[in-house]
Design a binder for this molecule. Structure first.
Ligand SMILES: *[C@@H]1O[C@H](CO)[C@@H](O)[C@H](O)[C@H]1NC(C)=O
Ligand SMILES: *[C@@H]1O[C@H](CO)[C@@H](O)[C@H](O)[C@H]1NC(C)=O
Ligand SMILES: *[C@@H]1O[C@H](CO)[C@@H](O)[C@H](O)[C@H]1NC(C)=O
Length: 511
């Protein structure tokens, strides 16, 4: 998933220093590295099962496991976020027992009840997409996994129930939705603007729901909100062709600023422009045209090379004549987006640029002590922290936040690079990242976020395991090493599925 502007862990505090490293170094050295892709895929399955078992033992049906204290938390309205987010991965891994538990849970969720604020964006990308993807997979290429058709149908019924609870969010003068909702009072947080990514990362899920139910009201809501992003007004909201500001007035759909980036808060708006075209090239060619403009402007205006490492490419951001030389783990979906757009549109220049971005993201991983990349970094020569001068000269960047919160974007882009080029090096990078995460973040019950990827054992562990560990990290790591299948990313225009921003494969419209 993309978009988080602030780390979810801020309030949780450090707990890690008392936690033992899961295994000693001798053991790590003696352990036999799997050598075949099948053995590696199996090792990812083992890690998924480890986290699933811990979640079942200590947290289900709450939203997530607290992997250090072996307790539970409800950060996503208490509807069982980890279970719903794990569904499409469990289907792809062929874990029928896990899939059945999740399906029985989904059928029981009451989406009309929660005591917390509901995020339209988070609920759409995790719950709605998780259920729609499960439906698309189990009705399609994974139809032999479950024989209870009633439970499969419940996925679509519950998707509709959830959207019916949420749809009042779009009832604004412009149709640009509120993001933070009180579903009991049908209220909102009183915001006057909505963010670019949270507005522009709904259209795939809400369109898919309409296409599956035959009721076009959901698609219309998502596409109406998106219409302001495709035709940005006023012109100050589009400083470079295709690259737009970061917030939109809910009152009239006008852009409130011209601050441009591919970072959290903006990210998945760009991601979905090209993915809508993959979903249905006939209906969404305008979205593709907007992505092409954005991609060309990005290469021209945002590509940036650190002074000490001119071989590396990162994306800067731009506001009012100034460039900010910093980036984020979240931003590393960018390589995958360029590679997907490049292969679908037969534009080798986009693929090549995507591979440069992938190299840059790999550099953030392989330069640290744990071989996991930091949450954010910079390369502004004027801002290098004095204690990171050597690191900056060698690595080409300095670490602004050294946390790793189980994010998937780097592995995700390696996966696209491998699928589209066929080159083994990118699969090796997926494996290296997975092994490092398994070594650094694993606890007795699951996987924990860590405080500093450039310290031994990742510094301290946070008592937090986001549901996207199941949906994304495990899925992309597994897919990179598993056989070709209908749900895998394909070269050119051969895709049967397109992944939402939470890595839930959605079946394409014309398939
Ligand atoms: C939502 O609104 C109801 C009814 O006005 C109120 O009781 C409840 O506290 C609100 N919930 C949140 C999360 O603000
Ligand atoms: C580290 O990253 C750089 C930049 O992508 C790459 O050229 C190099 O091969 C990587 N090193 C290893 C050991 O994979
Ligand atoms: C992941 O960690 C577990 C626990 O230490 C270990 O048994 C397993 O072999 C590791 N997997 C890989 C691929 O390193």
């Amino acid at each position: 998933m993309r978009v988080l502007l602030s780390l979810p862990i801020a309030a949780l505090g450090l707990v890690g220093s008392t936690v033992a490293y899961p295994y000693g170094e001798t053991e790590a050295v003696l352990r036999q590295e799997p050598s075949t892709n099948q053995a590696k895929a199996d090792a990812v399955k083992e890690a998924f099962q480890h986290a699933w078992d811990g979640y079942m033992k200590y947290a289900f049906p709450h939203d997530e496991l607290t992997p250090v204290s072996n307790g539970h938390a409800d950060s996503r309205n208490g509807w069982g976020a980890s279970a719903v987010d794990a569904l499409s991965t469990a289907v792809i891994m062929g874990k029928a027992d896990v899939v059945n538990i999740i399906l029985e849970h989904v059928a029981k969720i009451d989406f009309s009840k929660t005591s917390d604020t509901v995020s339209l964006f988070e609920t759409t990308i995790r719950y709605l997409a998780g259920m729609l993807s499960g439906y698309d997979l189990l009705q399609g290429p994974a139809s032999d996994l479950v024989n209870n058709q009633k439970l499969i149908d419940e996925l679509l019924t519950q998707s509709k129930n959830l959207a019916d609870v949420l749809k009042f969010a779009f009832d604004t003068p412009s149709g640009v939705p509120y993001n933070n909702l009180n579903i009991t009072s049908k209220g909102n947080d009183g915001a006057t603007t909505n963010g670019l990514a949270v507005t522009g990362t709904l259209v795939l899920e809400w369109t898919r729901l309409s296409d599956l139910t035959g009721n076009d009201e959901y698609a219309k809501l998502g596409q109406k909100a998106e219409s302001y992003l495709l035709d940005p007004q006023p012109s100050s909201g589009e400083p470079f062709p295709g690259l737009v500001g970061s917030s939109i007035n809910i009152g009239d759909g006008q852009f409130a600023d011209g601050s441009v980036s591919w970072n959290g808060g903006d990210d998945s708006f760009y991601e979905y422009l090209i993915k809508m075209y993959v979903y249905d090239p006939k209906r969404f060619s305008t979205y593709k045209d907007r992505w092409v403009l954005a991609a060309e402007s990005t290469i021209k205006h945002l590509a940036s090379h650190p002074q000490p490492r001119s071989d590396l490419t990162f994306l800067s951001s731009y506001n009012n004549g100034n460039y900010d030389l910093s980036s984020q783990h979240l931003t590393c979906f960018d390589g995958g987006s360029f590679i997907l757009g490049g292969t679908v549109l037969d534009r080798q220049d986009f693929i090549d640029f995507g591979l440069q971005l992938v190299d840059g993201c790999e550099a953030t991983y392989n330069s640290t002590l744990t071989k996991i990349g930091p949450d954010s970094w910079g390369w502004d020569p004027k801002k290098v922290p004095s204690d990171q001068k050597d690191f900056y000269e060698r690595a080409g960047f300095y670490i602004s936040s050294g946390a790793y919160v189980l994010r998937p974007e780097v592995i995700e882009s390696f996966y696209y690079a491998h699928r589209v080029t066929g080159k083994e090096i990118y699969r090796d990078w997926v494996w290296n990242a997975f092994v490092a995460i398994n070594e650094t973040c694993r606890t007795d019950s699951g996987f924990a976020a860590v405080s500093n990827v450039n310290k031994a054992n990742g510094g301290s562990k946070y008592d937090n395991q986001e549901s996207f560990l199941f949906a994304e990290v495990m899925k992309y790591s597994y897919l990179a090493h598993s056989e070709d299948a209908a749900w895998q990313v394909q070269r050119g225009s051969k895709n049967s599925f397109v992944f939402n921003t939470e890595a839930h494969p959605i079946r394409i419209a014309s398939d």
